[in-house]
Ligand binder design. Sequence first.
Ligand code: TDO
Length: 183
Amino acid sequence: MNIRSTTLKDVIEIIPNIFSDERGFFFESFNENTWKKQGLPYSFKQDNQSYSIKNVVRGLHFQTGEHAQGKLVRVIKGRVLDIALDLRQESPTFGKYELFDLDSESGKMIYIPEGFAHGFAALEDSIFHYKCTGEYCKSAEAGIHWNDSSLKIPWEVDSPIVSLKDQMLPTFEEYLQGSYSVN
Ligand SMILES: Cc1cn([C@H]2C[C@H](O)[C@@H](COP(=O)(O)OP(=O)(O)O[C@H]3O[C@@H](C)C(=O)[C@@H](O)[C@H]3O)O2)c(=O)[nH]c1=O
């Protein structure tokens, strides 16, 4: 397993050891002991899986306060453009984001800690899987508009398909001003 830092403080890229043979391939997508030894987060409360048709954009999501979640994300089928946006005001990378090309072949995973907004665009029909350090809490759901004009995220999708809920999310500026109630 190879661990790489990213341009965002505390966001980590994890490249598993892939064992290929005539049948296909195998890799460990999570191993509590290995993660622990490597100093990676290893206590997860919930696993989620979503399927998105090509051009779906989900995000940018996070849960507030004590319900904040760290997420270990990967792609099981297809290819996505994944994004983490640092919302931690005290962080040297506050307000910055990084995009990650994730696909089912590389097995590459990203760990996105609490304090980040997360989203992705399906560049192909894709199955997305993520482990969360905290449980889902509907009343703590929050987000920032996927197409925020100050962030200018190069999504690489021509005709984005976005949920009504995500279309209603505030801009980054509105979120920072606290002028938007999430519920
Ligand atoms: C996230 C979530 C949703 N749900 C329900 C609520 C709703 O009826 C349905 C679909 O929810 P959403 O539209 O919020 O799903 P989605 O847009 O896929 O939300 C996810 O987006 C990515 C980018 C993330 O980072 C995740 O944390 C999560 O926010 O599933 C749960 O029951 N448990 C969960 O943990």
